[in-house]
Design a protein around this ligand. Structure first.
Ligand SMILES: CC(C)(COP(=O)(O)OP(=O)(O)OC[C@H]1O[C@@H](n2cnc3c(N)ncnc32)[C@H](O)[C@@H]1OP(=O)(O)O)[C@@H](O)C(=O)NCCC(=O)NCCS
Length: 215
């Protein structure tokens, strides 16, 4: 990992090659993330291990979702990933953004109408994970900067104010510090208790909003 030529950052495209990559490389990465760090995510390993290929591909085929990965060059192993979802009609980030974005896609006419009228555009960052052996080497931050850049560029293109947010469990202090290092600040509204139907349990989560350019 110390040699910067060993990996590269790329978006996963929705073409045939991107779909194959998603199933062969991103899916095992995502399942490993859910298995290794279950408390970091709203979804669960037991839920996603049962997804069909079509369910996996519905995420990459959703035009509201962009996933960026750091990939090891010699074997294409995914080391780190981040997804950007938006523009979303609702400025409040969703606890389960992949599900929310699929519902938004299904209601796209209504969504486009809202988007045209709104003075701001809302995006959400989700699915942030770095393999344990690749942590603290700047990968997640590089991916976050790319996702932030995409959202900023979209807002500028349409002349709208950007609302870029994410949701993190308050018990996940390492992730909160990571997001702060990327320019996010915790909502002044503070933590809220959220019931997670996939875990049949409640946990405190907090919204973080992007407020400045990353350092
Ligand atoms: C949070 C996570 C994605 C960070 O990934 P990473 O690739 O190690 O992050 P980076 O190397 O880009 O870190 C950039 C900066 O963020 C901060 N940071 C990252 N991880 C941190 C931690 N565990 N504790 C404190 N600060 C941290 C540091 O300031 C770091 O810079 P530094 O290493 O020069 O001090 C990774 O620890 C992870 O996958 N955790 C489990 C899953 C998770 O919590 N995901 C978020 C769900 S909301």
């Amino acid at each position: 990992m110390s040699n910067l030529t060993e990996w590269r950052i790329e978006p996963i495209s929705s073409n045939d090659e991107g779909c194959c990559f998603y199933l062969d490389y991103y899916k095992p990465f995502r399942l490993a993330a859910l298995e290794q760090d279950p408390d970091a995510f709203g979804s669960t390993y037991d839920r996603e291990i049962n997804f069909t290929d079509d369910e996996w591909l519905s995420r990459i085929n959703n035009p509201l979702v962009k996933t960026f990965v750091a990939v090891r060059l010699h074997d294409r192993k995914v080391l780190s990933a981040t997804s950007l979802i938006g523009p979303m009609p609702n400025p409040d980030p969703a606890s389960n953004p992949f599900q929310a974005s699929s519902e938004m896609r299904d209601a796209s006419d209504h969504h486009h109408q809202n988007h045209a009228e709104a003075s701001s555009v809302s995006f959400q960052i989700t699915g942030v994970y770095t393999l344990p052996e690749a942590r603290r080497q700047g990968l997640a931050k590089m991916l976050a900067e790319i996702a932030i850049g995409e959202a900023v560029a979209y807002a500028e293109q349409y002349g709208k104010r950007l609302e870029l947010s994410l949701i993190v469990y308050t018990s996940n202090s390492g992730a909160m510090l990571f997001y702060e290092s990327c320019g996010f600040v915790a909502s002044v509204e503070g933590p809220r208790e959220s019931f997670n139907p996939h875990k049949n349990a409640s946990a405190d989560e907090i919204c973080m909003h992007y407020r400045k350019s990353p350092e």
